[in-house]
Write a protein that binds this ligand. Structure first.
Ligand code: PLP
Length: 379
């Protein structure tokens, strides 16, 4: 599904030099690379504050802690996402409120959010699934109207741009009150272990968050709030510093691969290619709204599972994201959920399949993969 070695070869010298310096100076925690990466990512994203932390799950949790969410507060998020999003909501004893998504972009459904808002709702967590922003204009409008926080789970869309109705362009993760991301190795900006970060333009919140990631300490050995231990280590920061200047090029390579996949599948009756919205129709050459963390097809003739078996036989990697909706996961079962509230997610779990997507895909690989998929689905 991913090929990380090609990227490494490109930045090898820089990474190896930085790692040697870290090993020789023993600056493993809070070394100069961490602060430098923070500043560089702030500049790249055009956001006032980046707070590095240990992983994307922590980033979400700490964002919710920093906003002062309290047990019993309701937090609305998508039913069709990775479990980390709902996990931290539940862990903080907040009440997760799962809602359905759109069938074309896989992102959270605005009307479903609106329907789910109650007097206890405190936040909306849009997940920019597979590399493309949810409808942030509509989400921010709803949030303003109902006085809610917007926490963007941007683990899959770092580098994506979002063009608002008014024409302004912002980076994914910097559009709500606070955003989170993950630097897990297979994410679009991945380190060589675990890593994450929180973004915000709010000075007070940033201050709160910086202490929270470090045991609630704002002055050495003075613990003002309950915090956690969640740090990005120097080695990961050094890797990210080497990769960040290439992030836009990584995004372009992914889009190029997606464009080639789309072209190959365009006349197929039973294969639905991913839709890009937010400022463009289809994947035009200048499109920068989708960074294709995943390239996800829908197989509409009931052959998804059989296709998966076939790809396995042919040793073509694939992924099914996500096979079980969160509302049906044992840990998150709740009488509040009704199956009829999730028609889209319940259908998507039967139809979606993600194909190999990374920065090193070449034409030969894409042709081989697309031919196998088309031959099988039409057989
Ligand atoms: C990867 C991911 C996370 C969690 O990131 P980690 O760094 O693995 O903790 C959270 N949300 C989404 C949508 C993700 O894809």
């Amino acid at each position: 599904m991913v090929d990380l070695n090609g990227q490494y070869q490109e930045i090898k010298e820089k990474v190896n030099d930085s790692l040697t310096t870290i090993l020789e100076t023993s600056a493993f925690i809070n070394g100069p690379d961490v602060k430098a990466f923070q500043k560089e990512l702030e500049a790249y994203l055009g956001v006032k504050h980046v707070i590095p932390c240990a992983n994307g799950t922590d980033a979400l949790q700490i964002a919710m802690m920093g906003l002062g969410l309290k047990p019993g507060d309701e937090v609305i998020t998508a039913d069709f996402t990775f479990a980390a999003t709902v996990e931290v909501i539940a862990l903080l004893q907040l009440t997760p409120v799962l809602v359905d998504v759109y069938p074309d972009t896989f992102n959270i459904d605005i009307q479903a959010i609106e329907k789910a808002i109650t007097s206890k709702t405190k936040a909306i967590v849009p997940v920019h699934l597979f590399g493309q922003c949810a409808n942030m204009d509509a989400i921010n409008e709803l949030a303003e109207k109902h006085n809610l926080f917007v926490i963007e789970d941007n683990a899959q869309a770092i580098g994506a741009n979002y063009t608002s109705k008014n024409g302004s362009k912002q980076k994914a993760g910097t559009i709500g009150h606070v955003g989170s991301t993950s630097f897990f190795p297979s994410k679009n900006l991945g380190c060589y272990g675990d890593g994450g970060a929180i973004f915000t333009n709010d000075d007070d919140l940033a201050h709160t968050l910086r202490g929270m990631v470090n045991h609630g300490m704002y002055k050495r050995y003075h613990h003002d709030v309950i915090g956690v231990n969640s740090r990005l280590d120097s080695i990961q920061a050094a890797v990210l510093r080497a990769k960040l200047p290439h992030l836009d090029a990584y995004c372009s390579s992914r889009r190029n691969a997606a464009r080639k996949y789309n072209l190959a599948f365009k006349d197929q009756d039973h294969i639905v290619t991913p839709k890009t919205v937010n400022g463009c129709e289809g994947i035009c050459d200048s499109c920068d709204c989708h960074v294709f963390h995943q390239y996800t097809l829908k197989i509409t003739n009931g052959k998804r599972d059989a296709l998966a078996e076939y790809l396995k036989e042919k040793e073509i990697p694939f992924g099914i994201y996500y096979p079980i909706p969160l509302h049906r996961q044992k840990a998150y079962l709740d009488d509040r959920y009704n199956e009829e509230d999730f028609p889209v997610t319940n259908q998507l779990i039967k139809e979606v399949i993600s194909l190999p997507m990374h920065t090193e895909l070449d034409d030969e690989q894409i042709n081989y993969i697309t031919k196998a998929v088309i031959d099988f689905v039409n057989d």
